[in-house]
Design a binder for this molecule. Structure first.
Ligand SMILES: Cc1ncc(COP(=O)(O)O)c(C=O)c1O
Length: 389
């Protein structure tokens, strides 16, 4: 069968290869410790599940408006106003099947062939695939651990050319847990406004921030910044709702209309029941529960860092957000895929190679798992490094 040039350019995800191998080994009964999860290990809060059951029983089982119900969009606008100091109207919001879908739609709407989108490394690997699938060109902006894996505004400025459409900002970030301060974002916004490019602000890990840091939304810098920002968020990570598939965009209403047009010919509305659940998540009084989850993640991060404190061949970059530990394994002499494959086969621990995230000397260790498993997995990794690397 002859496939499109578009799909032929996209590589199957290397991370999936590791995760599916780990799953297969588990199924065979092998004792595998998996540090691969991209989702919280907590269950969705009961009140949210109950709202979904209520929605089913109330017959909310039909199509909704393509871009989401008005009541969900109103809940999103309230959330953005109260928590992010951003005022959007309902017609500036469009709900999709997860933030991944929101981002995919954005690329379809803004990219013409050969248009460039700036992506700050290390980055969530789907960004580049989405840009390519839209016919665009991902342009990677390298950062370094010495700079806290943060982009320098001037590097954005010098990467912009007449083909540059946007830069993706992801704070807190996957995979390194980088959190930008408001003044750092302001400087980035200044450069983007001066150069006339859009800012796509992926804020999906907004609530998972540690060490007293505060989340900042780049759109809140000024009216001009807001007008040039496409804000993306969702319920997956904050409310442990990855399977429900609800994400959203808040942006200029013309862009929102275009995204709705795409959805009207592709997915139609996101699942009606999930929309009711998401509305509950955004309005229910569950702040205490979310805070417990955040603290639990922070405790696990600190535990992991302690376990690796005197390990010089796997050196963690301390994340200020999200739930991943990005570790420098370059001193082992192995590239990230070789490291991950061998570790899985020889010691039955699954980590995600950093290569596809733009940093081949690193692996990503998810701490969306229990303290016991963290201790067991890290003990095995350290033994393996001692024995073989
Ligand atoms: C940085 C980042 N953005 C967006 C997403 C997508 O989240 P969802 O599609 O579940 O809303 C993920 C999921 O892993 C992510 O890591």
């Amino acid at each position: 069968m002859e496939f499109s040039e578009r799909i032929k350019k996209i590589q199957p995800s290397a991370t999936l290869a590791i995760t599916s191998r780990a799953k297969a080994m588990k199924k065979e009964g092998q004792d595998v410790v998996v540090f691969a999860a991209g989702e919280p290990d907590f269950d969705t809060p009961d009140v949210i599940k109950e709202a979904a059951v209520k929605a089913i029983n109330a017959g909310m089982t039909k199509y909704t408006p393509v871009g989401g119900t008005v009541s969900l969009k109103e809940a999103i606008c309230r959330k953005l106003s109260v928590e992010n100091r951003l005022n959007y109207e309902v017609d500036q919001v469009v709900v999709s099947c997860g933030a991944k879908h929101s981002l995919f739609n954005i690329m379809q709407v803004i990219c013409d062939p050969a248009d460039e989108v700036l992506i700050i490394t290390p980055y969530w690997l789907s960004y580049s695939a989405m840009v390519e699938l839209a016919g665009g060109v991902p342009r990677l902006l390298k950062t370094s651990p010495e700079n806290g894996f943060k982009v320098r505004p001037e590097d954005i400025g010098s990467a912009v050319n007449e083909k540059t459409k946007a830069v993706i900002i992801n704070s807190p970030s996957n995979p390194a847990g980088v959190v930008y301060e408001q003044d750092e974002l302001n400087k980035i916004a200044e450069v983007c406004l001066e150069k006339g490019i859009l800012m796509i602000s992926d804020e999906i890990y907004e609530k998972l921030i540690y060490d007293g840091k505060k989340h900042a939304s780049v759109a809140s810098f000024s009216d001009e910044a807001k007008a040039s920002t496409i804000l993306v968020n969702g319920v997956s990570k904050t409310f442990s709702m990855t399977g429900w598939r609800i994400g959203y965009i808040a942006a200029d209403k013309d862009l929102v209309k275009k995204v709705s047009t795409i959805q009207s010919h592709s997915t139609s509305n996101p699942c009606s029941i999930s929309q009711a659940a998401a509305e509950c998540a955004l309005t229910a009084d569950i702040g205490g529960r979310l805070e417990d989850n955040r603290r639990e993640f922070m405790g696990r991060r600190d535990f992991l860092i302690k376990l690796l404190a005197d390990e010089d061949k796997m050196v963690p970059f301390k994340p200020e957000g999200a739930f991943y530990l990005f570790c420098d394994i370059s001193a082992t002499g192995l590239d990230s895929l070789e490291f991950s494959k061998r570790l899985l086969e020889e010691k039955k621990v699954a980590v995600i190679p950093g290569g596809p995230f733009g940093e081949d000397g690193y692996v990503r260790v998810s701490f969306a798992t229990s303290l016991d498993l963290i201790e067991k997995g890290i003990t095995r990794i350290r033994e393996w490094i001692k024995e073989s690397a």
